[in-house]
Every structure is written in C-alpha cells, then in structure tokens.
Design a protein. Structure first.
Length: 445
C-alpha cells in the first residue's frame, strides 16, 4: 500500500536517512549521527527525490508542493529536515490515503480527548493514571504510544523555538508562538484515520525538531496549553478535562519540581510564573469554562492560613447533560451533602477529611460538584469512601481503591487529586466503550 506525504519544494533542505522515527525522543539528534546527508536547494529537489523516495512524483506548480508517494516503510525510514521552525512546520504532512493501521488494529473511530492545563499542573501524572485504567503500556518515545492510547503533547505545535520566543518577547502560551492551523489539520486528519508527520518541540534543546510519524489509534489524547483554544479544535474533541490548579498550589508544585529535581533558583521560578500570568489568564484559563470535567485544586480550608500546601481541597466539577457522561455523585444524586467520614471506618489524623457534594453553576453551565478536603491516611480504607460513591463507571467493587493502591507513590494518591483523576479516567473508559462498542478489560492486581 502506498502512502503520500505532501512536502513543499522551495526551501533548502537536508535529507536524513535514519533508522526509526519512533525513537525520536528527547535526544532526537542521536538517530541521525551516522545517517547519509544530502544538502539540496529547492530547485534541485527533483534530482534527489527519486533516490530517496522512489515511487511516483509530480509537481503542482500552483502550490509549489511535491506530492511524494512512498511505501509505508520508506516513509518511516526517510524524511526531510529543514532548519528552523518554519521549515519543520512546512514539512509536517498528512498522508493522502487512510492509514492501514485502522484495519490492522480494528479502529473504526479514533476517540479524541483533550486535557488542558498550565505547565507543571499534573497532566503527565494524570495521563499515567489514564493509561493504567486502559491497561496500556506506552512507549518511551517523544510521543507516548500504546496499544490503545497515544498521547500527543501540543507543545509540538510551537512555531517559535526558545530563542525565537525570547527575541520576540512572547511566552509559549501566546497564540503567536503556536501553529493552530497545523494543529487543527493534523488532529482532524488523525480523527479521520490518516497518518501524520507531526513536528516535535524539543524541551531539552528548546528547538523544533524534524517531524515524526504518528498513526491513528483507538484513543488519542491531546494534552497541553491550548487543546481547545481554537474553536475548531473543540469540535474534534469527544471529551475535555481541565486541570485548574490555584496559584498557591501551582507555585508549591513548581518549587518542589523545579528546585528539588531541576536545580532552578526560587526567584527564577517565581519570576517565570509571574511573567506567564497575563498570557495564562488570557489564553489558557478561559478553556476551563467549557470543559466537560474540571479538577480544581485549592489550598485546604481545614488549616487556617496553611503555608505548606501539603493538604489540599480538591473539587471535581462535572457538567450535567453531556451525552455519554454521567457525573459521579455522593450518596444521593442531586442532593447537597456535607460528609465527614472520619471515625470507625476511616482513620483520619489532623486536620481530618471533609467531603461535599451538590449542584452548582459553572460559567452558566449546570454542574454537580464533588469535593474533598484533606488527606487519606490509609489508602486501603478508601473502599469505605468508594462504597458511598455512585455512577463511578467501575467494572468491579473496589476498582477505584485498587487503582490508587497500585499507584500509591504517584503524586496525589492520598488526596482528592488522585481520587478524581481515577474517576475521570474511568469516565473516559466508559465513553470509549459506549462510542465504539468495544470493551476494555479491567486491570486486576
Ligand atoms: N496531585 C499532585 N499532588 C502533588 N504534587 C503534584 C500532583 N500532581 C503533580 N504534582 C507535582 O507537580 C509536578 C508536575 O507534574 P506533571 O509533570 O504531571 O505536570 P505536567 O503538567 O505534565 O508538567 P509539564 O507540562 O511541565 O511537563 C510533579 O513533579 C509533582 O511534583
Ligand atoms: O508552557 C510550556 C508547556 O510545557 C513550556 O514552557 C513551553 O512548552 C516551552 O518549553 P520550554 O520552557 O522547555 O522552552
């Protein structure tokens, strides 16, 4: 079967013949070390194309594009790299025919899920839980890919590299630094079942790396700053989750990660958060108003003026009336309930645990809110909490508790962040099953 990628013919390019695009992770350049390199100018493309991509070619003078057909294997092994973001984005492509992976994997309808949040707000942590629920082991490549799930990071659609942003004095959150047209075209193509050559933003070098091949999958999660900033993207998404982390908690998490794990200075972390704030408020935060589910993380109300931010108040805001999504409720659907479960069945030390459930309004949408303030002392006792939750989309009694126990060392497993992330991952699984008619086997210990 033939696959064609559309490549422009005008820019100077370097052709690399490398071994695997799938391994193009953070140290992408590694793949190219021993590769034969041929430097060509636009007009000479016709002389080298046949050598590398043997099959048919034709030029459409109007668009100045070369339409290149190549076998699937050839396209995997060879691609074109031009220096600079513009070159890479021009070389991003969409296969002309549908991917053969659709038939191989029995994919009828890729489900597209958007996860939005600022940097360092727990997207990766959440998506590890999602992959656990789907029982999917993902590759260690730049774009994690598993049997069921592929996770695309939207940072890959940055048009300005780190230097370019510094020169233009814009943050990565600014739409100017992102290619929403390409994002839309490529995610739409995946949803339609086409392979794409997607650019890569390399967080280690701050550069835009050559495109990698991404194929459709049963579930494609797009995570990042702007999954539905562009209204056309919203139309593509089957489910949306926003991680809404309050400033106080965001700073605490950033300090923990960037100081302890990355050796950054406190003043630099605070300055970076401050400098991003206006763009965050203008371009990222508004997406939370129409997410299907929002996990909101706030300082605790159980400790007056808490400085440590180790105890969190977490709210799961769930839209009502969304097809395929039935909000989780506590005890009695539609009621307003305050619940302190500490006592004989749940061990609590200071400052305790408090639940709340009830209807609410979120940016003019009817929602129901489930809230938990405090930390769980003994994770195995969560079964007591689980037995009071309904509409959880679990496949067996105790599945939520088991999931949290399996990942007990992951950040947030002992509070509402972990609990609500598991609940939302279960909702994704249920939606996938409803929309595709397929069944995902639950993961058992
Ligand atoms: N639920 C949580 N409770 C406590 N800390 C958390 C929680 N989730 C994340 N963190 C902290 O925040 C840091 C960032 O988390 P994570 O890498 O999941 O975020 P991210 O949104 O994927 O970040 P980035 O976009 O920068 O890659 C983690 O190193 C961890 O210290
Ligand atoms: O907001 C971000 C999302 O991850 C990053 O800051 C952005 O992608 C730029 O990355 P880097 O700081 O590595 O240049």
């Amino acid at each position: 079967m033939m696959m064609g990628f559309i490549l422009p013919s005008t820019t100077s390019c370097v052709v690399y013949n490398h071994t695997s695009t799938r391994n193009s992770n953070k140290s992408n350049k590694r793949n190219f070390i021993s590769a034969p390199r041929v430097k060509v100018e636009g007009s000479k493309i016709s002389s080298w194309l046949p050598k590398f991509l043997s099959h048919q070619r034709q030029q459409t003078t109007k668009t100045k594009y070369w339409i290149i057909s190549a076998s699937f294997q050839t396209a995997l092994e060879e691609f074109v790299n031009c220096s600079g973001a513009k070159g890479v984005h021009e070389r991003a492509g969409i296969s002309r025919s549908k991917s053969k992976i659709l038939r191989n994997k029995g994919i009828e309808r890729p489900l597209i899920i958007g996860v939005a949040a600022d940097s360092g707000c727990g997207k990766s942590t959440f998506l590890r839980r999602v992959n656990e629920i789907f029982g999917t082991k993902v590759s260690q490549s730049h774009t994690p890919q598993g049997e069921l799930v592929t996770v695309i990071c939207l940072d890959d659609f940055h048009t300005l590299d780190r230097k370019g942003r510094a020169e233009r004095k814009v943050t990565a959150l600014n739409p100017e630094a992102n290619n929403f047209e390409l994002m839309y075209q490529q995610i739409a193509a995946l949803k339609e079942g086409h392979d794409i050559m997607k650019p890569i933003y390399n967080h280690q070098t701050g550069l835009i790396d050559p495109p990698e091949l991404i194929q459709p999958n049963h579930i494609i999660v797009i995570e990042g700053l702007h999954p539905w900033y562009d209204s056309r993207m919203k139309q593509l998404l089957d489910f949306t989750v926003y991680l809404d982390i309050s400033d106080e908690v965001k700073i605490a998490w950033k300090i923990q990660r960037d100081m302890a794990e990355r050796g950054h200075k406190l003043e630099n972390i605070l300055a970076s958060i401050e400098s991003r704030k206006p763009d965050f408020q203008q371009y990222i935060d508004p997406q939370k108003s129409d997410a299907v589910a929002v996990i909101q993380v706030l300082p605790t109300q159980l400790i007056p003026d808490d400085k440590e931010k180790k105890v969190l108040r977490v709210r799961l805001i769930q839209r009502e009336g969304i097809p395929g999504f039935q909000p989780v409720y506590l005890y009695d659907e539609g009621s307003t309930i305050d619940w302190i479960p500490c006592g004989r069945k749940l061990t609590c030390s200071y400052p305790g645990i408090k639940f709340h459930y009830g209807p609410d309004n979120w940016y003019n949408h009817d929602v129901s809110v489930l809230e938990v303030d405090g930390n769980f002392e003994k994770l195995e006792e969560l079964i007591y909490i689980e037995s009071h939750l309904n509409n959880t989309s679990t496949k067996f009694y105790g599945e939520i508790t088991q999931q949290l126990l399996r990942n007990s060392s992951a950040p947030g497993s002992n509070n509402g962040t972990g609990l609500f992330q598991v609940l939302i991952a279960l909702k994704m699984r249920q939606l996938y099953e409803e929309l595709t008619g397929k069944s995902v086997a639950p993961v058992l210990i």
